[in-house]
Design a binder for this molecule. Structure first.
Ligand code: PEP
Ligand code: MN
Length: 342
């Protein structure tokens, strides 16, 4: 929809607009209004260059698009009936709870195994564990390939599928070769389009699921869904959107909690929403409240940092991991909210 600055466009301007849209295989229909005319683009109006060329004309105010920029993930797309299943849970039918430490300590594999067993006992259907870590401080612990074996051993021992973050093509390959069932793209790489494409390509034809965190730079919701579209575009629709808090943070919290975008995501896309309360509020005492809020907002599940001994954990665990007992009680409350929803 083309909105001109003046109530109507001149004949020369009209000719110019028609020339541009026909370059993109589209045509124009005038919609006469009492105060001003608007001009509907007939055809696929999603070409970025088409929009840029029209918006670049000095007599045009703006172009409003009606079609979604993310056609596969759009709520109206044919994929809307796609069922994502993970950890034995069909998303949307039952709460999906993913839990585990921020970072797997390669020097203490037993802590991961014990955490994994305790979380399974508490009701988790999937485990998380950081093998490679995106750290703001280049001198902090960056992860270790050895942790991948520990992650997979934890999966074997519990029978639960696992999530881990990959940041480059090498880690992607190693994780897939090891049998990681859910790849995480973290907030820092949420807009790394070449990585998103590599992930989409690598998982096409497989059952692998991707947990795409929302970029913490507060991008528009369409930007978040479009990032996921990069992955789905290669043929595997198993992508889950993960609000995890944005920046700048709300004083006292690690980030600005954003579980409240869940209903807005659900209006636009069929993709499941898994909220990460841990990186959102960033303190173990607030995790339960954030988790319950996320479920009340309509989230399909949660990804929570948990550790049998948080103070001894690596990465974020000392400040934001909860114990398996706390996880069990949180899960019960979240399930009660889930039941209230229906
Ligand atoms: C994490 O899951 O430990 C992590 C670093 O996530 P994020 O990308 O959301 O910060
Ligand atoms: Mn973490």
């Amino acid at each position: 929809m083309i909105i001109p600055k003046n109530p109507t466009v001149s004949d020369e301007q009209w000719d110019e607009v028609i020339r541009i849209v026909s370059d993109f295989g589209c045509s124009i229909q005038v919609i006469e209004g009492a105060v001003r005319n608007i001009y509907a683009i007939l055809g696929d109006e999603r070409h970025e260059l088409l929009i840029n060329r029209i918006e670049g004309l000095e007599y045009i105010d703006r172009v409003d698009t009606i079609q979604s920029p993310h056609k596969l993930l759009d709520i109206r797309s044919e994929l809307r009936n796609h069922k994502t299943v993970f950890g034995g849970v069909e998303l949307g039918k039952k709460l999906l709870m993913i839990a585990g430490p921020c970072t797997i300590d390669p020097k203490n594999p037993n802590r991961f195994y014990e955490t994994a067993e305790a979380l399974k006992e508490a009701g988790a259907q999937a485990l998380r564990g950081g093998v490679w870590k995106p750290r703001t401080n280049p001198y902090s612990y960056q992860g270790d390939d050895k942790a991948l074996d520990i992650l997979m051993e934890g999966s074997q021992r519990t029978g639960l599928p696992v999530n881990t973050e990959v940041m480059d093509a090498g880690q992607l390959r190693m994780a897939l070769d090891a049998g990681v069932q859910m790849l995480q793209i973290g907030t820092r790489n949420a807009l790394n389009y070449s990585l998103l494409q590599q992930v989409g390509e690598a998982i096409s034809g497989r059952d692998t699921v991707v947990l795409l965190k929302r970029g913490r730079h507060i991008g528009p919701i369409d930007e978040f869904i479009s990032a996921a579209e990069y992955i789905v575009n290669f043929g595997n629709p198993n992508v889950m959107l993960c609000p995890r808090g944005t920046l700048p943070s709300l004083e006292g919290y690690r980030s600005h909690p954003d579980e409240s975008i869940t209903p807005l995501l659900k209006d636009k896309t069929w993709a499941p929403v898994i909220v990460d309360p841990s990186h959102s509020v960033g303190k173990s005492v607030y995790i339960e409240a954030c988790s319950m809020a996320a479920i009340a907002y309509g989230a399909d599940g949660l990804c929570v940092e948990a550790n049998i001994d948080p103070p001894k954990g690596l990465g974020d665990d000392p400040k934001q991991a909860i114990t398996p007992e706390a996880f069990k009680s949180l899960m019960k409350k979240c399930e009660a909210i889930w039941d209230l929803r229906s």
